[in-house]
Design a protein. Structure first.
Ligand code: FDA
Length: 389
């Protein structure tokens, strides 16, 4: 059986590419259903893009690589597609756009787009072997217990990264890339909670507050959540993509507050108030209790000198923590690193040295921030390959 184009992976990128790749397209996936990560994304509402997406929101060994694709298929193009399909949406925060209804609407939209151009979808299908032929590629495919050999002119790798192996994520795209001589950069989990082996934050589990979380490479002002295993929440997930094992992170627990002035003023008017009680007006009470020994919180406001208040505020503004690790691919939203962009055309996503081989989506060494940026990369890179085919 011959197809012009075979796309491996019916996820965000694979389905989007199929909708733009012209005629005679087959999308195959080893899963039972297409777009499973879309379905579970954004708490079931899919944060499908971000109004403010731009190249600065992406990590890659080559930060310029994503520019061309993102410019040619923008967030506004995807919003237009969503509108055309009558899917209602809203901005939650920071430009993040979610479906009002369900993420399943995005999956249905992509399937309808594939239908419109007559692309075929084979589920429960895995590739046993892949070879380069004179005019393209030959694939041995296992499907529903049977075995078939397929040929195609263009082969698109859209099988994603390694995050959430329970959902069928594999390193398949990386293996195929290496088979054809492409380089694969070091991969590691991104957008992932931090763990602390001593479970020190267990008493704070469930407590959340707005923080500024930083290391030498990046800084994020968003919420942080204490968990029984460590730290999570948007600020933590964001910083995790810039974190390397063994490094310390810095937490500013009072990013938007001039706490020193507030405490000094209170000392003036309510000096008899307990320092911890006063602090609990600005921070979660459980966190104040937790920090009390470390920050030597004791006595009344009136007992605190300016220097003591300043030392306290400095401590709250610059809390150094060293995570023992991360939760890994088990819960990571994305894989950092991947197929080296040096070997790919940024205009078409085609391998420079392997005609007819394209790589799109998360398999490529381009990773977005939390907040709809990763789906936007999937749409943009898929469109670039689709129109080039
Ligand atoms: P994707 O992983 O979507 O698709 C790959 C497909 O290939 C899958 O269908 C898989 O079954 C198939 N496959 C894998 N190996 C194969 C093999 N060997 N043979 C055949 N098929 C194979 N991003 C965002 O922008 N907004 C959000 O709200 C979220 N939320 C979110 C929540 C959770 C829990 C996760 C894990 C991730 C997110 N993300 C996200 C990230 C987003 O899901 C991710 O960046 C995109 O799905 C990547 O799209 P791809 O099409 O590249 O891979």
């Amino acid at each position: 059986m011959h197809f012009e184009t075979i796309i491996i992976g019916a996820g965000a990128a694979g389905m989007m590419c199929a909708a733009h790749a012209g005629r005679s397209v087959l999308v195959l996936d080893h899963a039972k259903a297409p777009g499973e990560k879309i379905r579970i994304s954004g708490g079931g509402r899919c944060n499908f893009t971000n109004m403010w997406a731009e190249p600065a929101n992406y990590l890659s060994a080559n930060p310029h690589f994503c520019k061309s694709a993102l410019a040619r298929y923008t967030q506004w193009d995807f919003i237009e597609l969503v509108n055309r399909h009558g899917i209602a949406w809203h901005e939650k925060t920071l430009g993040q756009l979610f479906c009002d209804g369900s993420a399943k609407q995005i999956v249905a939209m992509l399937l309808a787009e594939m239908d419109r151009v007559g692309a075929q979808l084979w589920l429960n299908s895995s590739v046993a072997e892949l070879r380069k032929t004179d005019g393209g590629y030959s694939l041995d495919v296992n499907r529903d217990g049977g075995h078939r050999t397929l040929t195609c002119r263009n082969l698109v790798l859209a099988s994603g990264g390694k995050s959430i192996p329970k959902m069928g994520a594999t390193g398949f795209a990386y293996d195929v890339a290496r088979q054809f001589g492409l380089n694969v950069t070091e991969t590691r989990p991104g957008l992932v909670p931090f763990t602390f082996s001593d479970a020190r934050f267990k008493p704070l589990s469930g407590t959340a507050l707005p923080v500024r979380l930083s290391n030498a490479l990046a800084s994020f002002d968003e919420a942080m959540l204490f968990t029984h295993r460590g730290l999570s929440g948007p600020a933590v997930l964001q910083l995790s993509s810039y974190w390397h094992a063994g490094e310390a992170i810095r937490v500013n627990l009072i990013p938007e507050l001039d706490l020193f002035t507030a405490l000094r003023d209170q000392r003036q008017t309510s000096g008899r108030r307990d320092l911890s009680t006063e602090l609990a007006r600005h921070l979660p009470a459980r966190l104040v209790d937790f920090l009390a020994p470390e920050l030597a919180l004791k006595g009344r406001l009136a007992d605190q000198s300016d220097t003591a208040l300043q030392t306290l505020c400095d401590g709250l503004r610059d809390w150094h923590l060293t995570p023992s690790g991360s939760e890994g691919y088990r819960t990571a939203e994305v894989t950092l690193g991947g197929i080296d962009t040096d070997g790919l055309s940024s205009k078409t996503m085609q391998a420079k040295a392997v005609p007819g081989l394209f790589v799109i989506g998360e398999a490529v060494d381009v990773t977005g921030w939390l907040g709809g940026y990763n789906f936007q990369w999937a749409w943009s890179s898929a469109y670039a390959a689709g129109v080039a085919i």
